[in-house]
Design a protein around this ligand. Structure first.
Ligand SMILES: Nc1nc2c(ncn2[C@@H]2O[C@H](COP(=O)(O)OP(=O)(O)OP(=O)(O)O)[C@@H](O)[C@H]2O)c(=O)[nH]1
Ligand SMILES: C[S@@+](CC[C@H](N)C(=O)[O-])C[C@H]1O[C@@H](n2cnc3c(N)ncnc32)[C@H](O)[C@@H]1O
Ligand code: SF4
Ligand code: SF4
Length: 324
């Protein structure tokens, strides 16, 4: 599919749930989140049908996300159904807390790569950032993922000024030396109901902080479809990536659409305008009619966000409900 700006859209991020066992400070509030009622959440059959239709429209890469995708009941079964569809790439973004339990079965169901969120290697800070998490669970989950054969394994680090922008950067960068782990530092985005919007630090500053300790060499990065720019440390096995949606946005190269867990097509992370796909799926439209609807909505995909450089808006959905 090509949009009005000539961008080839071949990647869909599908959120399989808005629920999560964590409450990360940059993603959703500690309490009072209104989760989507179960009957509004897309069923496995609906998700699989959407992916098959998207494939016919030229989508080749699918990322499953959430909320926390691994808290969705029978997620392994869903992954198995999706990997059988015959796409070029299926991947999943997770907080890693349940990987100890699911990594092996996910691998057996055909999934080959994982992106795991991990913002610090300090137990106390980890508990404060996730509000509900225990660091050791994620570290063991990462070990397990590597042991069963996932490759590449990428770690996503949302960097917050004054919280994890100093020693954490060095400790996380260090992980890339001996292991084939790819650590990506991400600029915090001002989306949803969170109180971290004054914690922004740009990738340039993050890079400067790392460069005080390590020399970064530009490099090609691991297999992926996302916007990260990659570097490596001398003789390291893994890489270090930077994702800068605000300071150096990548909208001109945007290749993706999103489907929320309640079946809305979201054309841009930074735009709250959504199109009701679920309503069409549940009203007996044919696959061809659904295709036509998706193509029609694509013409509304924005060029980028007009306020992207200094976005300080409150969006009606939290990041957990969009899928990142
Ligand atoms: N602004 C913006 N941020 C994005 C977009 N896609 C992903 N991100 C952010 O990038 C970070 C990493 O996303 P992931 O889910 O790991 O996916 P990815 O980096 O696209 O995946 P790879 O295919 O492995 O490169 C998250 O914080 C996302 O919110 C996008 O289209 N726009
Ligand atoms: C919404 S989470 C969903 C998947 C899974 N629960 C996880 O945490 O990896 C997807 C990605 O979005 C990132 N994210 C969440 N809120 C963010 C924010 N305000 N700014 C930048 N990235 C954010 C997370 O760190 C994670 O890497
Ligand atoms: S970033 Fe992921 S793990 Fe953290 S609260 Fe959001 S959905 Fe949950
Ligand atoms: S902000 Fe919107 S247009 Fe820009 S890269 Fe992200 S999804 Fe694409």
């Amino acid at each position: 599919m090509t949009d009005l700006y000539g961008r080839n859209i071949d990647y869909a991020r599908i959120s399989v749930t808005d629920r999560c066992n964590y409450r990360c400070v940059y993603c959703m509030p500690e309490e009072g989140v209104n989760f989507i009622p179960h009957k509004e959440i897309l069923s496995f059959e609906e998700i699989v049908r959407i992916i098959k239709i998207l494939k016919e429209l030229g989508i080749k890469k699918i990322r499953l996300t959430g909320g926390e995708p691994l808290v969705r009941k029978n997620i392994v079964e869903l992954v198995g159904k999706i990997t059988k569809i015959g796409l070029d790439d299926v991947s999943l973004t997770t907080n890693g807390s349940l990987l100890k339990i699911y990594a092996e079965d996910l691998f057996k169901s055909g999934l080959r790569r994982l992106n795991i969120s991990l913002d610090t290697l300090n137990c106390e800070r980890f508990a404060n950032i996730t509000r509900k998490g225990t660091l050791i669970d994620v570290l063991e989950g990462i070990e397990k993922a590597i042991a069963v054969g996932f490759n590449p394994v990428k770690l996503n680090v949302v960097v917050m000024k004054g919280i994890n922008d100093q020693d954490d950067l060095i400790a996380l960068a260090n992980l890339t030396i001996d292991k084939e782990i790819h650590v990506r530092f991400i600029e915090i985005m001002p989306i949803g109901d969170n109180d971290q919007k004054d914690k922004f630090i740009s990738c340039e500053e993050i890079k400067d902080n790392i460069s005080k300790f390590f020399k970064l060499e530009s490099t090609k990065g691991p297999f992926g479809n996302g916007p990260a720019e990659y570097y490596k440390l001398k003789n390291s096995k893994g890489t270090i990536g930077f994702i800068s949606p605000l300071s150096k946005h990548f909208c001109a190269k945007c290749n993706r659409i999103r489907i929320t867990s309640d079946g809305m097509i979201r054309l841009c992370l930074f735009s709250d305008v959504e199109y009701n796909l679920k309503e069409r799926l549940r009203s007996n439209l044919t696959d061809d009619e659904i295709k036509k609807f998706i193509l029609e909505t694509l013409s509304f995909k924005p060029k980028g966000h007009p306020y992207i450089q200094k976005a300080r808006e409150i969006y009606h959905r939290n990041m957990s409900a969009i899928g990142g």
